[in-house]
Every structure is written in C-alpha cells, then in structure tokens.
Design a protein around this ligand. Structure first.
Ligand code: SAM
Length: 366
C-alpha cells in the first residue's frame, strides 16, 4: 500500500511495504531484513499472506515506533548501559530499541501488551541470533511483576507515563535499580523536571523528586517516529535516591494530594475549605478506630481541581469542627505556611509541614 500510512481513527495503518522500509532504515542493523525471504522466494505462500496483512498501529496503545537509528543509539549511549546489565524495556513494539540494546547489554526483559508486536520482536531477535539474550513478558506493564533488572530503558506508551513512573519508584516489590531512562512526551517531562516556583511544578514533580533525581538528556523530534505523533518528546533519566526519605509514603501521598488540590491557592485557603476540614476530621476518627489502609500510588500529574465543592469559602461554625479547623490553621501559621502556595514549596518544606501536622495529631492517611 502506498501513499498515506494513516487510517482515520481508531487505527493507524502501517503497510507491509512501509514496515519493510522502517526495518531497512536501521543503519546498524541493515544486515537484517525481515522481508528478505519474501523477495527471494517470490510472492507465494506465507510471504504473500504477510504482504496482504498490514500492521495496524493503535494510537490508543501509543504505538509510535522510533525509527531514527541515530536517536536509538543516542538513547542507549546516554542510558549508561554496561555489558553485564539486564535491562527492563517497557513496550518494545517491533523491537527497534530492543535490538539496539541487545548489542550492548547481557540481557533485555521486554514487557509488551500486543501479541503482534511480540511476534515481530521475537522474529527479529531470532533472525539476528539475539533471542537467547531476550525475555519477552506478554502483558500489561502496569499489572506485571517485574523481575530484577539493573536499568530500565524504554520508549514507553505515553498514556501510561504517570502510573508507570509511580510503579517504578514506589512499588516496594521492585528490586532496587540504577536508573530509568525514559522517552516521554515533552510537556510531561517538563512537569517531571519542574522546580519549586516553576509554573509546571506540581504533585507529580514533588512525589518523584522526593525519591529520585530527574535529569533531562535530550529532545527528540516527533519526525523520528512512525507514525509521526502530534507532540515532541524528551529523554529523561530518573535516578532513585540511595537514601530513602524518612516519611510514611502513604501519609506523604495523601498529604500532597490535599496540598495540590488547588495548586494556585494558598495553603491557608486550601485548608480553610469546609470540605478539607471535614475530611481531616473524618480521617482522625478513622485513625482512632484502627485506620484504613487503602492508598493506591497513582499519580495525578495535574492537580484535580475540585472547584465548586460543598462548603468552599463557607465559614464553619460550631464546636468540634471550628476547633479542629483552628488547630489546622494554627499549624500553618506557626510554620509560616499559611500564605504560601504549594507550587512554591520545596520538598524539605513539604516534609517539615507534614511533620508539624502529624505532631499536632492531624493525619492525612489512616
Ligand atoms: C511508543 S511504542 C514504542 C515501540 C518501540 N519501543 C519503539 O521505540 O519503536 C509503545 C509500545 O508499548 C506497547 N504498550 C502499550 N501499552 C502497554 C502496556 N500497558 N504494557 C506494555 N506494553 C504496552 C505498545 O503496544 C507499543 O508496542
């Protein structure tokens, strides 16, 4: 099929011819041609079948293949891989990055959700004699238990960026690893890299930077992908801190969710809301009754603005509630945080404020 490789939503169509072109465009891998047999054997049998069977790429699964070999080499170079490394790759697709990695490391564990991609990947690895270095796990990376690995290097589906990073950094079942080099949507990467005071500084940045150092490695143009996405990308390296923060992560998680529910309001305005005061009071009585353990480590990378909520701006009256509200506000005043906006606080200031709340008997997670 010639002309546009795209079909209207929901499918993007990558023709067999185009796929062949994509595979052949790898300078380093140009000894490999998955369609070689086809040209040699003519159009009969299996190959003719393949010719008629285009590979549909699903936008909903973030199937944008990185096809610029210079960029693929740069990713592997900047990831700091060593010969003895086992690398975890999320979303290998047809294997463009995987094959580049396999030339430099001992082993790649690739987690892929799409069976058609797995077939293409396995076939390419076998044809290059690299299959013994590759383990493919079929499934959703968010639901898969990752085996131990040294590094994570991946051009991930952008739709799972937040939960995947949360999993890598906060899932206690993952064995410590050196770093994760991930290709991310440029705007998402900016939020991850934002510092206090930057307009993009939000809960995602606070939570990630509590436990890791994030570094920008390079920009990648949308033109380096097939099909071309609407957005440019950035390669970032996330290096987990060797020293774990001295904080209850579930408590921290719930606290930052509260602080960033209205990023541009002052903490005084946020904690004055009737809804927030009542929530914290409810939490206190649950803690007294033995607590509640539900807490999913899932990032909302933008604050969940809950404008128009019940009680906003309403002066809370009456005994216990107003007493509790005063207690909350006095913690903010004592720490000098009442007039501060969450987007301007450093991680240390958040940790300090949380300690002050907890010392005052105010908890955010049961
Ligand atoms: C952006 S493509 C990257 C392909 C390849 N790494 C490359 O650079 O050419 C993302 C890949 O992730 C896969 N994928 C999407 N959602 C996934 C999930 N939840 N778990 C594992 N793989 C997923 C898609 O099928 C696709 O192959």
């Amino acid at each position: 099929m010639r002309g546009s490789i795209f079909q209207p939503r929901p499918y993007l169509l990558l023709s067999h011819t185009r796929l062949r072109h994509v595979f052949r465009s790898f300078a380093k891998l140009n000894t490999f041609d998955p369609f070689e047999n086809e040209s040699q054997e003519g159009k009969g049998g299996k190959d003719a079948e393949a010719e008629e069977e285009p590979l549909y790429l699903h936008r909903s699964r973030g199937q944008h293949l990185l096809t610029n070999q210079r960029v693929l080499d740069a990713i592997v170079g900047k990831a700091g891989v060593e010969r003895t490394d086992t690398v975890l790759e999320i979303g290998p697709g047809t294997g463009n990055l995987t094959l580049t990695l396999l030339h430099h490391v001992r082993h790649v564990i690739a987690v892929e959700i799409d069976q058609r991609m797995i077939r293409a990947l396995n076939s390419r690895a076998s044809m290059l004699g690299l299959a013994h270095q590759l383990t493919v796990i079929s499934g959703d990376a968010l639901k898969t238990q990752f085996p131990p690995f040294d590094l994570c290097v991946a051009n991930i589906p952008y739709g799972i960026s937040s939960p995947l990073i949360a999993k890598l950094l906060f899932d206690q079942t993952i064995t410590p690893f050196r770093n994760a080099t991930l290709l991310l949507q440029k705007e998402f990467a900016s939020r991850l890299l934002a510092r206090p005071g930057d307009s993009a500084f939000n809960r995602l940045a606070v939570n990630v930077q509590l436990v890791a150092h994030v570094q920008h490695l390079m920009g990648v143009s949308k033109r380096d992908f097939v099909p071309c996405p609407k957005v440019d990308s950035s390669l970032v390296k996330i290096v987990p801190n060797s020293v774990k923060p001295n904080v209850d992560l579930k408590e921290w998680w719930a606290f930052t969710r509260t602080c960033f529910c209205k990023k541009n309001k002052t903490l005084g305005a946020i904690f004055r809301q009737k809804k927030k005061v009542l929530e914290l009071m409810k939490r206190r009585s649950m803690v007294r009754k033995g607590g509640n353990d539900e807490c999913g480590f899932v990032f909302e990378d933008d604050e969940s603005e809950d404008d128009g909520e019940e009680g906003e701006g309403v002066e809370v009256k009456g005994g216990e509630v107003s007493e509790f509200k005063e207690k909350v506000l006095s913690v903010l005043k004592d720490g000098g945080y009442e007039d501060k906006r969450p987007s301007k606080l450093s991680i240390d200031q958040f940790l300090h404020l949380l300690t002050m709340f907890n010392n005052g008997g105010i908890r955010f997670h049961g």
